[in-house]
Design a protein around this ligand. Sequence first.
Ligand code: GLN
Length: 485
Amino acid sequence: MSNLNSLSIHELHKRLVSGEITALDLTKEAIENCKSDSCNCLEATCYEEALKKAKSITEVKEDEILKGIPYLAKDNYSTKGVETTASSNILNGYVPLFDATVISKLNRRGMILIGKTSMDELAMGGTGTTSHKGATLNPYDKERISGGSSSGSAVSIALGMVPFTLGSDTGDSVRKPASYNQVVGFKPTWGRVSRYGLFPFAPSLDCPSYFTRNVLDSAYILSAIAGHDEKDMSSSRRKKDVYEKFVKHHRTLPKVGYFKAVKDSIPSSKVRRAFDDLLKKIEKAGYQVIAYDYPIELLNALYPTYMIISCAEATSNNANLDGIRFGPKPQGDIKTYSEYMLEARTAGFSDLIKRRFVIGSFSLLSENVYEMFSRAQKARRMIVDNLNKFFDKADYFITPASFSKPKKINELSAAWSKTSDFLENIMTLANFGGNPSITLPLGEEDSLPFGVNITGRIFEDGSLFAFASDVEKITGIKDVTVRCR
Ligand code: GLN
């Protein structure tokens, strides 16, 4: 059976303009795709509204690239009238009264929201197993994790449900699952896209981010959602670009660098060979490839620094979730507001969340704040200063996006990681620095995909797309969907 939604935005747009297909055809099919979801990708749906909007679209013009295209959004974006829980019990029953800025921009361009995707609770975690509705399954092997936290968005696009899905990225939550699901995952420069209406996890790191099936589609989306927003003081006033032009006119920069320590410690021979091979081909394509000595002690600092900063911000941002207007209602003899909150929060959050709030609160206690939070802030400064030194020598940073196969769900351990594995956390670099960063498919190991990640200088999102599109040509992997339903 043909599935139009497995095509790219670019391709669908051509067909919509010519009149060969209609927005209604696409929407009806996307709804059917969602109904046959076998990987637990969805949190909520809005089929009726979607059909109504699709029916109202009778014509798509050449310059209306996103009009009539169905999409799904991670469940941590506010969507007016559609229940939004961030896959957490504490938000059960919450129906927002407004749309996130990203959602309203996409809707204004004529995109059609079909529903909301499952995620690791409140965007914390990287496995896609901590949603209150259970694990999102990896479509390449349902016994394995899909990666998170934007798990449902990664899997639904990989399955060909829709050609575009919104996610969010605080540490690597779009770029790691993109790697496991053979799709393109992009995190823009911090501040390039408004965060208004995106539930905050760690706002100094959070970025509205997303999945497409190729680089050009990713550029189209950024052109639509970038720009200053009165409702988000931290959104940049810099003029935005027309990002697809960088891809179409091949506006790249010449130097690509990798970290020696990363390349030397890739555990999987398959990933190592694919990465080496890619670097050779990049060189052959005319780029200069540079090996860089990024300080190992700062690589080892990535994980603890990320944990302290993100948990501290998370505990403070989620302090408003008191269970009063939505979430689990405490039973029994509750006398005070504190007792109520204690009960509601105990029932409303999973263990992972509670653990992170404990770390965050502990690091912010007045007796610890200097030793923990302030030190983490200083470490972040050093990590970013050294990344900027790298960018004095090279224009793009390249690394494998995942280093081993996604774990089996039943082999996951709840134990706190004691090792600071810099490979697992390498992509947090782009969140610390606010840099644009993109993951593309690179290869497969035992039929399980893995990707390559490229990071650029801040506000050079356009040139990042241009280079990424060259890499896409080199790998020859794009517009992939997995045949499993
Ligand atoms: N895996 C990281 C974490 O657990 C990233 C989460 C994210 O980017 N939202 O915090």
